[in-house]
Design a protein around this ligand. Sequence first.
Ligand code: GDP
Ligand code: GDP
Length: 436
Amino acid sequence: MANIVSIVGRPNVGKSTLFNRLIEQRKAIMDNESGVTRDRHYGYADWTEKFFTVIDTGGYVVGSEDVFEEAIREQVELAIEESTVVLFMVDTDSGLTELDKEFANVLRRYKKPVLIVANKAETEQRRLTVAEFYELGLESEIFAVSSQTGEGTGELLDAVVSYFHEDGKENPEEGIPRIAIIGRPNVGKSSFLNVLTGTERSIVTDIAGTTRDSIHTHYKAYGKEFILTDTAGLRRKSRIAESIEFYSTLRSLKAIEESDVCVVLIDAGRGLEGQDISIIGHAQRAKKGIVLMVNKWDLVEKDSKTADAWVKSIKERLAPQNDIPIIFASVLTKQRIFQVMEKAMEVFENKTKKISTSKLNEVMQAEIEKHHPPAYRGKYIKIKYMIQLPSASPSFVFFCNHPKYVLEPYKRYLENRLRENFGFTGVSVSLFFREK
Ligand code: GDP
Ligand code: GDP
């Protein structure tokens, strides 16, 4: 189970500030690895090696007086529903307000663990006012913190992780790939699921608002065995476009976390859009395998060059993290559905592949001979040997004399040679440099 922590509260209490603090450390790491745009409202964080997704609902609260207008309320409630722990933020500078009380009323309706975060508590005087928030009547601990300076956030995070589900990475049916079908509303996820499962369990309509629940089911189809982490689509009906989008994103986040390989659908009628890139980015940051399925290919007028042109343009937009299989398919005509599943299995194999230390060193030392790491500030860099870590996605440690001086372009060179020689298409490859 994925652990999700959402930050809720009225505007200006400091939600985004805390959000940025929580994702900061990982963000710095991730940005080096990924060329795709980061989403402002979701991020990955970790505390004492426990990983979680953080949602900043602040991004959805427009600066209007009527905070509880329908759309906002809906989005905040959706975030609460999906969360493992809710951080309810209040402000020790302005003190308790009517809007805080309204938020508390919403929170009371859910049986979720809520931690009250009394923010901006940099001064002794403000820390003393914290007790007034007991008036909210929530059975929650109150944490006095300063999102700006980080004071108190350690204690808060200790409490947060104590609510987490046990290790989110475990696959109950070891060896069988867990596949998530993800993509923005209306790309054809439900239709695709129907084809795979051969049932009418997933209802397909033209309206993005079909009601359906999240289920993980073990399937055999197209000669393959897999578990579908079926959280695509919407469980809740909404008239509001932003809510549909928001909810769909939440569900994909969960589906991504609980999968090994994500089949990301995009709509050939629309091409690769910002939202699609953002979804791919989530899957990449979560280090999941990816197959990009350009669905509704039946709608595209094409000649012999069309597919190549699409591949080129998609890869350009995803660069440099673009070693991703792209398949042009149609759920409607069932064109290349088999290939999509075949690719998903291949990507799973790439993700779980283990390279022997001797083979790895033999191949990679030859590549290093061809192109040595450039000297940095007069220091010659010698990479002595490398190993693959026993992790869920391919990770390699390079032992060398000056790990700090191995710069990004050379890391990219090594990653590309690993990909070429060993075949890691569709999966993220992590490189670490350690002193030896
Ligand atoms: P949001 O609307 O809840 O996301 O709030 P923001 O994160 O945008 O913060 C609102 C304002 O409060 C900004 O001017 C922040 O700089 C300020 N702020 C946030 N956290 C703190 C804090 O811990 N201490 C103080 N003094 N100000 C803070
Ligand atoms: P979801 O919101 O991603 O689950 O998308 P749906 O499966 O509900 O599909 C949205 C719409 O796209 C429906 O009207 C489908 O019939 C249609 N659709 C799905 N796949 C294809 C396809 O390959 N070609 C065409 N032309 N339409 C499709």
